[in-house]
Design a protein around this ligand. Structure first.
Ligand code: FE2
Length: 362
């Protein structure tokens, strides 16, 4: 987006605080989301269920944007389209080991996320439903490394526990989380402990393999975030009512999948190594056969709906019950919200529960 549009949406975001204060006719406070249906727009308004699903997605996209913004400030292209940072050459170089276009891809993923929440909020507003603004929770510290803005953040990229089972989930032809299956980690060390995915300060810029381990962590985290969106949209789409809201979910969701597919390929280029500072090890994924092989990035067909059917190449999971709370729990377990307030979790939980209570036709 252009710089002028950026400043406009920043100022409009500031004007819609989640305080419950009236911001115009037909709006509601977040504290009443569960009890009061939003006021319908005169020409084909939103059902309470559609409003709740879109509000949760707006919140998720705001959180996603905050994380991507931090990555872009340090490791992406610096321009007016995604302003704020000044870049960290050493971190950017370490990321480029995964692909020479990493900085461009990080920039473009960040730009996409800005447009997702901005669009959803604009759509909510056009239908007289309260938009989502999480600005009061921008309280977490920024990286102190060269290149990062010193502003409050919504998400924490410096203490991540990254579930890398998406890697094997999309390579299995016989398991699917929707059937209760669990799949093994690609990088077992990342799934335990707490790991920075951005340099916390310039002290993290050396030794070289320490910085590369941080860049590798980011590489797997990028795919973790985007595979979450890849499942979330089809999971929630099953419970929207209006075809136009369905169209929104069916049009945004696959862009998350395009991101995921790119990041899955790049994560496979993360060099095997052990961080000399922390001991974090990235294994050689091509050493143990097909379940981990790096170039198998097309989704392997697997079981779907019922084992009586032939296997099918699909997004998984797409189970709709509890999908919003499931996404919130996954992001929380990821460590993204370490340091956030109890009120933050209460607001996000309320939004997720309202989305999960939505049913087609409600
Ligand atoms: Fe998004």
């Amino acid at each position: 987006m252009e710089a002028t549009e950026q400043s406009e949406h920043l100022s409009s975001r500031r004007s819609f605080l989640l305080t419950g204060a009236a911001v115009g006719a037909g709006t509601i406070g977040v504290g009443r989301l569960l009890s009061d249906p939003p006021v319908a727009h005169a020409s084909g308004g939103l059902t309470p269920g559609d409003a709740a699903i879109l509000q949760f997605l707006a919140a998720a996209e705001i959180l996603e944007t905050d994380a991507w913004q931090q990555y872009n400030e340090l490791g992406g292209i610096q321009d007016t389209e995604v302003p704020g940072g000044s870049g960290n050459p050493d971190y950017t170089d370490a990321l480029s080991v995964l692909d020479s276009d990493m900085a461009q891809y990080i920039h473009d993923n960040t730009d996409d996320e800005f447009t997702h929440f901005t669009f959803i909020n604009a759509y909510l507003k056009a239908h007289g439903v309260e938009t989502v603004n999480l600005d009061k929770f921008r309280t977490l510290p920024s990286s102190k490394a060269t290149g990062a803005q010193q502003i409050g953040r919504l998400t924490n990229l410096m203490q991540l526990t990254v579930d890398t089972s998406w890697w094997t989930r999309y390579r299995s032809d016989s398991k699917n989380p929707d059937f209760g299956d669990t799949l093994p980690q690609a990088v077992p060390d990342l799934a335990v402990g707490q790991h920075p995915a951005i340099p916390r300060s310039d002290a993290d810029l050396s030794p070289a393999d320490h910085l590369q381990a941080i860049a590798n962590t980011a590489g797997f985290h990028f795919a973790f975030i985007e595979q979450g969106g890849t499942s979330l949209y089809p999971s929630l789409a099953q419970r929207v009512t209006h075809t136009e809201v369905l169209r929104i979910l069916l049009s945004i969701g696959p862009t998350e999948t395009m991101h995921f597919q790119t990041w899955q390929d790049k994560a496979g280029n993360a060099p095997p190594l052990t961080d000399p500072t922390t001991g974090l090890t990235f294994p050689d994924l091509n050493a143990d056969g097909e379940l981990l092989q790096t170039n198998l990035i097309m989704p392997e067909p697997t079981i779907f709906l019922d084992r009586k059917f032939p296997i099918c190449s699909i997004i998984r999971p797409t189970q709709t019950d509890g999908a919003a709370m499931g996404a919130l729990k996954a992001l929380t377990a990821n460590g993204l919200f370490i340091g956030q307030s109890a009120e933050f979790f209460a607001v996000l939980t309320k939004l997720a529960q309202a989305a999960d209570a939505a049913r087609h036709g409600t």
